[in-house]
Design a protein around this ligand. Structure first.
Ligand SMILES: [Fe+2]
Length: 333
């Protein structure tokens, strides 16, 4: 038998042509290029190419955009992601992957945060089809696949809640209600909706506030979106509702405290730099964990659950942990 003589075009080229034919725009950011086809996002960079399922890619991209690149690293998977340097951001391929690093195949490029954010916002808007909401639980949204079909701009331009003092205080971000378009989620219909009574001492009526956080979270229309609901200086309370899989693998640049407020989340904890497995943590309602500064983590929430993420917004922390001036964990037992 003779060897097959059919010459195939490189898969990348085939994929690129398909992306254009399907109606999607292609994007570039520095030396990175981004294309999508019916099922996949294709990413090329000097020395390599990468592929991700487009639903996973869009869910990760949605968080990266909405969170302004968040704290530390936002890994879309074990190859591709962003590293936040607060003003500038690094686009990374293989930087936090031991095999890429050992083979010197990783690629890193720095951008002004606002420039990369603008590119990402345009890509998210163009690649998100009508009926697909990358912030929603899979059970509550349509499918992202196939040729370009409309868009869902309202969903992808949602603003993350950022309270200056506390949700519900006069002049701050408001409570949620049916009338405001936030009905109680199907999985939280058993959550009481009554509000606490506030009895302030005379003269302190504008200074004392309380609200039903469980009721507030039961009306969240998004998943995996820690939002600032109360802040005191650098202490930020960022509760969130979770269902299915955290769409990114978050690499911490400081300690994060987690309080599981309802139901259960299972976490994979890996080494921040290499991705090597470190621990598996199951958090049940009432459990508290301090997620160390030197890990990355991804959560799995079989049923919609409530998680309180407590962030320390002190901008000095990343370099103090990087220089090992602080231990990566907050307590020793
Ligand atoms: Fe984290």
């Amino acid at each position: 038998m003779s060897a097959p003589t059919t010459v195939r075009e490189p898969m990348t080229k085939t994929a690129l042509r398909a992306a254009t034919d399907l109606g999607y725009k292609s994007f570039t950011a520095g030396k990175f290029t981004f294309e999508r086809d019916e099922y996949f996002a294709h990413i090329t960079f000097p020395g390599g190419r990468h592929i991700m399922a487009v639903d996973a890619f869009l869910r990760a991209l949605m968080r990266d955009v909405a969170w302004g690149f968040f704290y530390g690293t936002v890994n879309f998977d074990n190859v591709f992601g962003t590293g936040n340097h607060y003003g500038t951001v690094e686009r990374v391929a293989g930087l936090f992957n031991k095999a890429y690093k050992d083979a010197n195949r990783h690629y890193v490029e720095k951008f002004q945060s606002k420039d990369l954010k603008a590119t990402f916002e345009a890509m998210l808007d163009d690649w998100t089809n009508e009926g697909f909401d990358p912030f929603a639980a899979p059970e509550e949204t349509g499918r992202p696949f196939g040729p370009k079909k409309g868009n869902n701009t309202a969903a992808v331009q949602r603003q993350r809640v950022v309270a200056q003092r506390m949700v519900g205080i006069k002049g701050d971000t408001p409570h949620r209600s049916d009338a405001a378009g936030f009905p109680v989620n199907r999985q939280f219909v058993d959550v009481p909706q009554d509000e606490p009574e506030i009895h302030a001492e005379p003269g302190f009526e504008g200074e004392v506030h309380a609200f039903n956080l469980y009721g507030y979270l039961s009306r969240s229309d998004v998943t995996w979106n820690p939002s600032v609901c109360a802040g005191v200086k650098d202490s930020l309370m960022c509760p969130t509702t979770e269902e299915y899989i955290l769409p990114i693998i978050h690499g911490n640049d400081r300690v994060e405290w987690f309080i599981q407020a309802s139901d259960e989340i299972i976490w994979d904890i890996d080494d921040k730099n290499t991705g090597a497995p470190v621990a598996k943590v199951t958090m049940k309602a009432g459990d508290v964990a301090a997620m160390p500064a030197n890990i990355r983590h991804r959560g799995y929430s079989p049923k919609r659950s409530m998680l309180l993420v407590w962030e320390n917004n002190d901008g000095r922390l990343p370099s103090m942990y990087a220089k090992q001036e602080l231990k990566p964990y907050p307590v020793e037992f």
